[in-house]
Design a binder for this molecule. Sequence first.
Ligand SMILES: [Zn+2]
Length: 309
Amino acid sequence: MADSIEFVPAEYSSRTQPESTAWEILRCDPRGIDTLVAAGLPFEYRSGMRHFDVNDLYNLGMYSGRSNTQPELAFRMLFRFAGRSVDDLLHEKRWDFRVQLECVGCEGVAPWRFEAPDVVRFGGRVAGVVAPRASEGTAGYEATVTTAGARTPLVSAELRRLTRDYLEAGYRWQMIPVAMQADYQLVHALGVTSCIAASLSLAERFRAAGYRAEAKRGWFCGVLGGALDLPHACVEVEDDDGVIKTVDIAKAQLAARLSPNTGDFRELCVGSIYNKVIPSTASGNASFATHECGSRLPVHVRADIRSVR
Ligand SMILES: [Zn+2]
């Protein structure tokens, strides 16, 4: 399984997961890990134990073809919705939206800047906002977010062609660290892609064709219990009819890989709005939060988004 994926290059890699986590994710024993290491799985010794990058472990599982690894089970569960009627994705949906911010290298009390949910432009609402106040170390954001859906497929033949060309180019979807995704040329040069990298690249192709387009980050909801922290991004583009459309290229690609009967969902990804995504004000290669304490380390952002019934 090791020669089927691209490992995260050392400069973007964070080898912090102990071997016991690798056994769990890959449902294998120490001998299985020895085989992967012999085949090139990068590791580092920490306190005498081998440690691995979580993205490498996830990608190995996802493309193992064994069907019992954690990532295979998680992705199949996560994308079950994509094979159902897309009508369920078009009605209003309410979410209890909570985000924890942690400034790991914090240097004192300071204001926070948080890229909040930005759903009003797409027919949604935000209520009960509790925004982070100046503090040291940690803070939170809470709101009740209502998302909507709308069938607004791309009408421009040129935009549709560029989207199709990208989908047919054969980039392999992998979990990739967010910082590496910003280096989207490197990602694509390796023959792989991921949500943010794909959106940055497609936005650039749309702009080169004369369209106003920007990659934007957001949250992909319905990720059970935070088991899978899947960064979300899509492209916002002004179509020939003057309407801002969203192209969720990586979800279309993932759905195609994970399930055969997802044609309607994949079409929805090419221009329309669906209720499982909460767009934010963050641009494609920006972080969701910063703390103005002077620390240069990135703020950790952990979202807990639950459906309100
Ligand atoms: Zn700080």
